[in-house]
Write a protein that binds this ligand. Sequence first.
Ligand SMILES: Cc1ncc(COP(=O)(O)O)c(C=O)c1O
Length: 411
Amino acid sequence: MTISVAHKTIENAAHDLQEKWHAPFFLYDLDALKRHLASMTVPKGIRLFYAVKANPLSAILKEIHQAGLRFDVASLGEMRQVLAQGVDANNLINTGPAKSANQIEQMLQAGVRCFVAESRQQLSLLNKLADDLAVGQLDILLRLQTPGPDQDCDTSERFDPLAMASVFGQTIDEWSAENLEDYPALKVIGCHCFQWSNLLSVDDLLAHWKHIIPVMKQLSQNLDFDLKVVDFGGGVGVPYDKGHAAFDWQDFCAQLGTIKDTLPGSEIWMELGRYAVANCGAYYNPVIERKSNWGQTQLVMAGGVNHLMRPPLSGQAFPATMVQESFERPSEFEEMDVYGPLCTGLDKLGRFSLPRTIKTGDWLRFDMVGAYGFTEGMPFFLCHTLPGEAVYQNQQCTPLRHPEEADSWLK
Ligand SMILES: Cc1ncc(COP(=O)(O)O)c(C=O)c1O
């Protein structure tokens, strides 16, 4: 049961959850999310989708729906979660390298009509199932992969491994071998290409776009379809590092005009994950143990990569600070290595400058975990407690998931 509790500030709410749960938890600031979404205005001709993989929490999806974004779903689970929030299936597109017949069939039955095809096999399946179920023509984007602006090699070796694998989409040569007349149940409306991640510079993002546009145009000529939609996926970054400047959304919108000029008649789609939700989430995590090895202070936390997998995957820490219970600012800080509870050297959350006095029972708060947090972890390894999740809005804190001990899921 979810019971909301009034709290003047989100810090008060977090304090209450620490006392109540004694276990790691995620707390999402929905007021901040709403403000941020309201700031994400775009010029005419640009359509924003939310990439649900970044965070599928119901309360977050509702905010995103209210803000008018559509949804990019990668699985049946994500689709059902979005539909359960009252979103019309017409507002969904399905991307992702794995599309089984079962998944496509269920998505069609649920009313999804727009798919990003990543292979010839997907085209055939989509065509067959649309025909079998007599759902009318489906809108299709062909997902392209191509070497980026800085890469003159034609393999995927030098791509950002977080965003690009040579399994996403197909090359222009592969796609160009198709005959779209073989797929009468499909209407190809454009192309999709997304093979970069967490870019903080508008120029870097647009360099990728400018590089890919001629390839999309070439493919539309080769296969003789109108490029009504170009979908550039996500990849708008957030500054995990305090020294980095945030992505300049206003400048980005100002520069979109030059891109639109090269794409007359095309609508630009973006599927944003990280940029939409990273900032609204914080992860609270208690210190279990403090020790020192080779002159280096080490903290072992209740939660690590079982709850937050991104640091070892990306080599980039989420920013962390100690939760202060009083207004007294500690004056002495020290670089400390912060680990999780798993029996693997991968379970390191980062090295942070923390108050020298920190001890067992104190809490760290990791920021910017609203994206690629809770659902990206590996929560079952070693059977530690699963983290809680709560939201804060209009001075009310609502726990949506209590921390769960392993007995709840072990068979
Ligand atoms: C197809 C697709 N679209 C959008 C996104 C969201 O990317 P980001 O979080 O960088 O905005 C992803 C992330 O992996 C993706 O795979």
